[in-house]
Design a protein around this ligand. Structure first.
Ligand code: GCV
Length: 674
């Protein structure tokens, strides 16, 4: 393969454009798009590049090197167009962030994960499951004829942060996505994305052979079914030669799967993997499975997948949510990461804020994801972190290292519904490229490129964003509480909510009763702790050593249990909620203090949402603590913000939203902020 280079002249031109935006406020009639990438033309088409003949194996197919030449000009070297493009965006980022002095030393960048993938939960009817940024970006009814400029902008944004794959449709997959009609539409997007090194993938419906071809079965061991998938995959590659592969949600939440025919997840995944293998495609098979009757949903993925370890083809990657339940504001890492040894595994993070205030709350998620990736599973002794395992470093299976993020992108004018939520899209890409980057560095880059590099803006806003995830944990579900959501859209609190399945009811998780609160997952309870390797098992099992932040995840404790702080559990809950409320209120003041550095358009929209976030923080506290008070019979301390609604009022409040929308700010319970 040839090596190519782009010389500084081009890079300076692009950086200059990027740098112009630094320190300036946006015009009042701003169109709201304001992605961090500014004005950069497709770098692969830049005129000043040279091809070199020697392949640099250190850089591989996506890495780059930036080194100054004899004239002091920075030169980007790479083996491929993709590497040159990533190098150019990197150079632009250095310029935008005032970091050009880093060029004094040679820079070598190679992406950590091979597959860095966004998962869209977009439906053909343009709704987006758990999408809070308007409708789907993909206008299926217009494709393949009409092409919107956003498609290319989307690809550029992803390229600028190193994302190289996108699953276009919902894991709750409509079989129609595999019809010829839709594949022709997908082809158009694939063609637009290709120059940006962005491959398309699709979620499949396991029952597609029945739905689309009228076969009597979709049994993965049936020869007609196998033939149907082989033919379908061949058809896809004839239309999209670099198609990436499939994402599969099987036998989960009503989706069809191999177990419908008495087969295993391995049988199902391998059938699809075999069809893809000749073309280099992969299967991302989700581990998000749980049955209503299970005594502990948190145990299920390990119970289901461990017996299959070693049975999956090498082009299958088991996609595991960061925690064992479902994208809660805080969960311990999924124990499955520390169990499978002979199977490729990847982490699935949620960028869209299903359980973190949708696009109404400002919550910077990188600290949450990093907490998971940095967690030590101790699978092969100390240092077997989730990052190391998913990078393939622990078991020597680096070929299929991957990471996925469920996107927060829609057709909203600002892409993500909340201006600050763009930081999460940005952070996911940067983390997938380099999981060692700190939350601080990523947020600093994003702020400088998106708003201004002025320190007086960057420092307070970075501080606020960095505090926001922990604040959300405190005001929604402190001390390891989880899934206390109202079933209506997973937005507000509903500790009293009932559902058609026990494991969709908050009471299944909080277990509040006269004797206390919390889920006993110790060896005397569901024994979930035993799915963790030592020393974690013992640490979590012992109430004395279990960290406070997970104490009610693993233990059921009396209301007057004495916490490490010396407070009762009840008071600790009240004061932790209070911290969350105070921090959310503090964000408003921080934002007001930087008003002059932001255009009025973005200032106003963020301000309005921060006010709602602070009100929601009190709503959460009121709902949970007034509900728990029925059992604890204890008072909210006098120095805490006092409830503004009664439990009855809150229970009567009915939020009517679907899984496709975020509530309008004026449709939520009214609160006053002191
Ligand atoms: C796409 C949770 C969400 C569902 C989602 C599911 C999944 O249950 O509430 O909307 O479905 O996770 O990840 O498959």
């Amino acid at each position: 393969m040839k090596m190519k280079r782009i010389i500084l002249a081009f890079a300076v031109a692009t950086m200059a454009m990027g740098m112009q935006s630094c320190g300036q406020t946006r015009p009042e009639n701003n169109d709201g798009h304001n992605l961090w990438l500014g004005d950069i033309t497709a770098p692969v088409n830049a005129p000043l590049k040279e091809k070199l003949s020697k392949y640099d194996s250190q850089l591989g197919d996506e890495g780059f090197r930036i080194r100054k030449n004899d004239k002091g000009e920075a030169v980007i070297y790479a083996n491929t167009d993709a590497g040159l493009m990533y190098g150019t965006y990197h150079l632009k980022r250095l310029g935008d962030c005032g970091d050009l002095s880093k060029l004094d030393k040679e820079i070598v960048e190679v992406p950590a994960f091979r597959y860095r993938i966004l998962n869209h939960w977009d439906n053909p009817n343009l709704t987006v499951e758990r999408g809070y940024a308007g409708k789907s970006l993909w206008k299926w009814e217009e494709l393949p004829g009409k092409i919107r400029p956003e498609y290319e902008e989307y690809a550029r944004a992803n390229a600028s942060i190193g994302i190289n794959g996108t699953v276009l449709n919902n894991v709750n997959a409509d079989p129609c996505m595999l019809t010829r009609e839709y594949l022709e539409k997908v082809k158009v997007l694939a063609d637009i994305f290709r120059p940006y090194n962005l491959k398309v993938y699709l979620s499949l419906n396991f029952a597609a052979p029945k739905h689309l071809a009228g076969l009597k079965t979709s049994d993965p061991l049936d020869k007609d079914v196998i033939k149907w998938w082989n033919d379908k995959v061949a058809e896809i590659y004839s239309i999209i030669p670099d198609f990436g592969g499939f994402l599969v949600k099987a036998n989960s939440e009503g989706q069809s799967g191999p177990q419908d025919y008495g087969r295993t997840h391995a049988d199902g995944a391998n059938m699809i993997a075999d069809a893809l293998k000749p073309y280099g495609g992969i299967v991302m098979w989700r581990a998000f499975v749980y049955a209503a009757e299970s005594p502990d949903r948190a145990n299920q993925a390990v119970e289901e997948f461990m017996p299959l370890d070693g049975q999956f083809r090498d082009n299958v990657i088991i996609q595991i949510k960061n925690g064992p339940i479902d994208f809660q504001p805080r969960e311990p890492f999924s124990p499955l990461f520390g169990q499978l040894e002979h199977t490729n595994v990847m982490a699935e993070m949620q960028i869209t804020q299903e359980y973190l205030g949708h696009s109404n709350h400002m919550v910077y998620l990188h600290p949450m994801w990093k907490e998971c990736l940095d967690s030590d599973t101790y699978q092969k002794g100390e240092g077997s972190t989730v990052a190391a395992i998913t990078l393939g470093k622990v078991h020597g299976n680096t070929k299929y290292s991957a990471i996925a993020g469920v996107t927060n992108i829609g057709d909203s004018i600002n892409w993500c519904g909340h201006h600050m939520a763009q930081a999460n899209w940005y952070a996911f890409g940067r983390m997938a490229w380099n999981p060692d980057l700190s939350s601080e560095q990523i947020v600093d880059e994003w702020i400088k490129q998106t708003f201004t590099a002025d320190k007086k803006f960057v420092e307070p806003v970075a501080k606020m964003l960095l505090a926001s995830r922990e604040a959300c944990v405190k005001y929604e579900m402190p001390l390891g509480l989880h899934h206390c959501f109202s079933g209506a859209g997973h937005y507000g609190p509903g500790p009293w909510d009932r559902s058609s399945r026990p494991d969709w009811e908050p009471a299944y998780y909080h277990k509040a009763a006269a004797d206390g609160i919390g889920f006993n997952r110790t060896t005397t309870g569901s024994n979930n702790v035993s799915q963790y390797n030592e020393p974690l098992k013992s640490i979590y099992n012992n109430v004395e050593t279990c960290p406070d932040k997970l104490i009610l995840w693993f233990h059921h404790l009396p209301w007057d249990y004495k916490m490490k702080s010396g407070r009762t559990l009840w008071n600790e809950l009240c004061y932790t909620f209070q911290e969350g409320i105070d921090e959310a209120r503090g964000f408003i003041g921080t934002w007001e203090s930087v008003e002059k550095y932001v255009d009025p358009y973005r200032y106003g929209q963020v301000h309005e949402k921060l006010i709602r976030q602070a009100k929601d923080a009190i709503w959460w506290r009121d709902a949970l603590m007034l509900y728990f008070q029925q059992y604890s019979k204890m008072d909210i301390p006098a120095d805490c913000t006092q409830p503004q609604h009664t439990l009855d009022e809150l229970r009567r409040f009915r939020l009517r939203i679907s899984n496709y929308e975020t509530p309008a700010l004026d449709k939520l319970p009214e609160y006053t902020l002191e």
